[in-house]
Structures are given as structure tokens and as C-alpha cells.
Ligand binder design. Sequence first.
Ligand code: Z5A
Length: 213
Amino acid sequence: MSAKGLFITFEGGEGAGKSTQIRAFAAWLEEHGHAVTLTREPGGTPLAEAIRGVILGPGGSQDALTQTLLFAAARRDHLLNLIEPALAAGRIVLCDRFTDSTRAYQGGKLDHALIEQTIRLSTGGREPDLTFLLDLAPETGLKRAARRNVAVDAFETADLAFHHGVRARFLALAEANPGRIARIDAGKDQAAVGMAIRAAYTARFTDAAGGRG
Ligand code: Z5A
């Protein structure tokens, strides 16, 4: 393992399979000798998990700027106390959602410059080394999410047009950042999606299977 870690994020719409795939990818990396830190946003530290409860719970605000500032506060704590220390220790950090989620979800309601300003404030410019965008039609993703037997959060109750907007913004981000964001067809079965993720990773870090760094 090199002294410098690797920061990889998983992004996508509701029910795209991020949680499923991030766990499988973490296991694959560990099998290949890597030290992996698996985390998520909003969340990852006690403070950020508490903010997650506020944002996604019934008392959460409907105001996009309030939401964005809460995501930013959670992200700063998460970066300072979990992500940056793990990267400094040479670990591979896998994070379920990060800044692209703010761009895709809050970007529908707030000005682009304001979104980027809050992101810069919270991250100091830290972006992932690689992002997997699990791309899926919202109709399919929402059906998959509904099959999971868990509580529905505020974002899941948004209408279909909102979720189409989220997908369009994710796809625009992938087009604008081809070196960082790998679009993965999440409509395939779980094994095929996992294979596409590993292939995209290996293509960028060619000595991956033999132990990077
Ligand atoms: N949010 C934001 O607005 N701004 C921000 O900056 C950030 C977040 C960081 C967090 O919700 C919400 O916060 C999110 C955006 C917002 N809201 N939305 N929408 P979350 O973390 O609780 O929820 P999520 O990120 O959307 O995850 P999810 O709904 O749990 O989906 P997922 O992780 O992508 O999917 P999954 O749990 O792996 O799979 C869903 C189901 O499909 C499950 O039963 C699987 O077994 C099944 N599955 C998975 N893969 C497949 C395939 N390939 N075929 C068939 N079935 C599959």
C-alpha cells in the first residue's frame, strides 16, 4: 500500500444499488490486500450521523439552502475526522455519496455558483480520485428502493420529475468529468454491475489486482 490513500465515491439515484455494490467492492479490494474504509454521506462520524438523522428525518427542512448547509457541515466533520485521516494512513476510502450528490440533488433548486461555494467551503477542494456513477432509470430505482423494507426518507417522497432531474444532472457531471467519473449501467444484474465497477477501477489503476502501490 502506498503512503497516499485513494478516495473513491459511489453516486447515483435512489435504489441504484450503491450500498450493494460498495460492500462487494470493499470485499474484493480487501481480498487483494488493501486496507479499506467504508463510509457514507451524510454520515460517517457521530456528528455527521446526527446531522443525517435531522436531514432525513421527519423534522428535516424543505428549504434547499438549509439542506445544503447541513450536508456541508456533516461533510466537513466527516472529511476532517474520518476521510482525511484514513487517506493519510494510506487506506482506500469508499464513500457512498459525496459532493456530486449535492450537485445533483440540491443543484435543481440552487444556483450553480452557490452550490460550488458551499462545496468548496466544506471540502477545501478535496474531490474523489474516482467516482462510480451507478446510472439507472428512476422508475426502476424507485421500484427497487420500495422493495427494501426500510423507512422512506424525505428525498424518496419527491416526485418522479425530480428524480429525472437528478439523473440528468448526474449524467451531465459524468460528461463534464470523464477522467474522474465512470458511468456504470446499473440496470444490469448485480454480478454484471460489480464486474463493470472492477473493470473501470482496474483500467484506471492498472496494478490493482496485484496490489496497488
Ligand atoms: N443527499 C443529498 O440530497 N445531498 C447530498 O449532498 C447527499 C445526499 C450526500 C441519502 O439517502 C439521501 O440524501 C439521498 C440523497 C440525499 N436521497 N435520495 N434519494 P440514503 O443514503 O438513505 O439513500 P440512497 O443513497 O438513495 O440509497 P438507497 O436508496 O439505499 O439506494 P442504493 O444504496 O443505491 O441501493 P441498494 O440499497 O444497494 O439497493 C436497493 C435495492 O435494490 C435492494 O433491495 C437491492 O438488493 C436491490 N438491488 C441492488 N442492485 C440490484 C440489481 N443490479 N438488480 C436488481 N436489484 C438490485
